[in-house]
Design a protein around this ligand. Structure first.
Ligand SMILES: *Cc1c(COP(=O)(O)O)cnc(C)c1O
Length: 371
C-alpha cells in the first residue's frame, strides 16, 4: 500500500537547526529549568510577529488560560468565543470558572461573525473578554471585531494557534488584540513537539504571566506564595526546537500556499466544491486546505475514498454549541458554523507532501465525480 499521507505532521528543518540548539542545551546542562533557548525563542518570536513581549509556555491551551487571567477573567465572568473552533479555545474559560457564550461564524471568513458578536454585546453587556480565533490560518474580520471590543471596553484575546505566519492587513495575527497566543503542538505549522506562546504589547502582563507559569513564586529565599500558581513554563530543550523551526516558518508557509493553490486549481471546477474564503485583507498561512461540498458528492464520500487510499482527511471542527459538554451554554447566531461542519472537509496539507502525493489526492477525489 502507498505511504500514508497526513493532514499535517511534524517537519523538522533539513538543515538540522533544531538539533544544534538542543545540543547547546545539553552541552551547557541547561536542560531545565529555562535557559538561553527559552529567552531567545521568546525574543525571536516576538520580533517576528511584531509584539513587544512573549512568554514561552507548555501549550497553547496554557497560553489562553494565562491570557484570560491577565485580562482579569474570574469566577462567573462571561467570555465570548467562536463556536467553530477546537475545544482548547473554550476549556480555559471553564478552568477559570467563567462562562462561555458561543458566537457563530460568517461565510466570508469562516470565523467570528461581527454581526453575531454585536448581538451578543447587546444581550450580555457585562461580558469580560472576547476570544477570537483565526481558523485554519484564515484571519477573522479584525477591524470590526476590534471596534466592537473597544466600544464596549472589553479585552480581546486572539487564539492564533493555527495562524502563525498569517497576516491581516500586513499585521501579524495574534498582535492585533490585547493578547495573542500561538501553539507549537505536533500538527501545527511549526512544532516544538508541544508548547505555546503568549504575546502582548503589555510587558507588565507578560511578566506576570511568566510569574504565574512558574508557580507564582514571590521574591524570597524560601518558597513564598501570595497567589495561585501553575506549572506552565516551556523547557529549554523544547524551546531549542522552536528556535530551529522558526527559521523555516517562511518555507512552510510557502509550501502550504503551494498545496492550497494546487488543490484549488485542480478541484475548483468540480460541481459543488467551494474552497475556504479569500479576502483581500488576508494573507493566510493555509495551515489546512479546506473546502465545502454543496453538491451530490458529500464530505463523507471524499473522506471514505481518501481513507481507502491511505490518505488522512477530516471534517471541519464540530461547533462547540453542538458538543455534549458545552451545549448548556448560550449560543448567538444562526446555522452558519453548523453548515460549515456538515459540508466541510480538510485535505492533507502536510508540508512534506510531494507533487506525486498531491496528484494521488487529487485523482482520488476527481474519481468521485466521473462515476
Ligand atoms: C491547537 C489549538 C489550540 C491549543 O494548542 P495546544 O498547544 O495544543 O494546547 C488552541 N486553539 C486552537 C484553535 C488550536 O487549533
Amino acid at each position: 500500500m502507498a505511504d500514508r499521507l497526513f493532514l499535517s505532521s511534524p517537519h523538522m528543518s533539513d538543515e538540522g537547526y533544531e538539533m544544534e540548539y538542543i545540543k547547546e542545551a545539553f552541552d551547557t546542562n541547561w536542560i531545565a529549568p529555562l535557559g538561553e533557548n527559552v529567552n531567545e525563542f521568546e525574543n525571536e518570536l516576538a520580533t517576528m510577529v511584531g509584539s513587544k513581549s512573549a512568554a514561552a509556555l507548555s501549550s497553547g491551551t496554557a497560553a489562553i488560560h494565562l491570557a484570560l487571567k491577565a485580562a482579569g477573567v474570574e469566577v462567573g465572568d462571561i467570555v465570548f468565543c467562536p463556536t467553530l473552533t477546537f475545544s482548547a479555545t473554550v476549556n480555559p474559560i471553564i478552568y477559570q470558572n467563567a462562562v462561555p457564550v458561543f458566537i457563530d461564524s460568517n461565510y466570508e471568513t469562516w470565523n467570528m461573525c461581527p454581526k453575531a458578536l454585536e448581538k451578543a454585546f447587546e444581550k450580555y453587556p457585562e461580558v469580560k473578554a472576547v476570544i477570537v480565533v483565526h481558523l485554519y490560518g484564515l484571519s477573522a474580520d479584525m477591524d470590526k471585531i476590534v471596534e466592537l471590543c473597544k466600544k464596549h471596553n472589553v479585552a480581546l484575546i486572539e487564539d492564533a494557534a493555527e495562524s502563525l505566519g498569517t497576516y491581516y492587513k500586513g499585521i501579524h495575527t495574534g498582535t492585533i488584540g490585547d493578547y495573542g497566543i500561538f501553539s507549537f503542538n505536533g500538527n501545527k505549522i511549526i512544532t516544538t513537539s508541544g508548547g505555546g506562546m503568549l504575546v502582548s504589547n503589555n510587558e507588565e502582563k507578560v511578566t506576570k504571566a511568566r510569574f504565574w507559569a512558574t508557580q507564582s513564586r514571590d521574591q524570597a529565599r524560601h518558597y513564598q506564595h501570595s497567589e495561585l500558581g501553575f506549572n506552565y513554563r516551556m523547557s529549554n530543550v523544547v524551546a531549542g526546537i522552536g528556535r530551529g523551526q522558526l527559521k523555516v516558518l517562511k518555507q512552510r508557509v510557502e509550501k502550504k500556499n503551494y498545496i492550497f493553490e494546487l488543490y484549488k486549481r485542480e478541484l475548483s471546477e468540480l460541481e459543488g466544491i467551494e474552497f475556504m474564503p479569500s479576502n483581500e485583507w488576508n494573507k493566510p498561512n493555509y495551515w489546512l486546505s479546506s473546502m465545502t461540498l454543496n453538491g451530490k458528492v458529500r464530505p463523507i464520500d471524499i473522506m471514505e475514498a481518501l481513507e481507502k487510499a491511505n490518505i488522512e482527511s477530516r471534517p471541519i471542527w464540530k461547533p462547540m454549541h453542538m458538543q455534549p459538554y458545552f451545549e448548556k451554554y448560550d449560543f448567538v447566531g444562526t446555522d452558519v458554523s453548523e453548515k460549515l461542519f456538515e459540508n466541510g472537509v480538510c485535505l492533507p496539507s502536510d508540508t512534506k507532501i510531494t507533487d506525486e502525493d498531491l496528484k494521488r489526492v487529487v485523482e482520488t477525489i476527481k474519481n468521485l465525480w466521473v462515476r
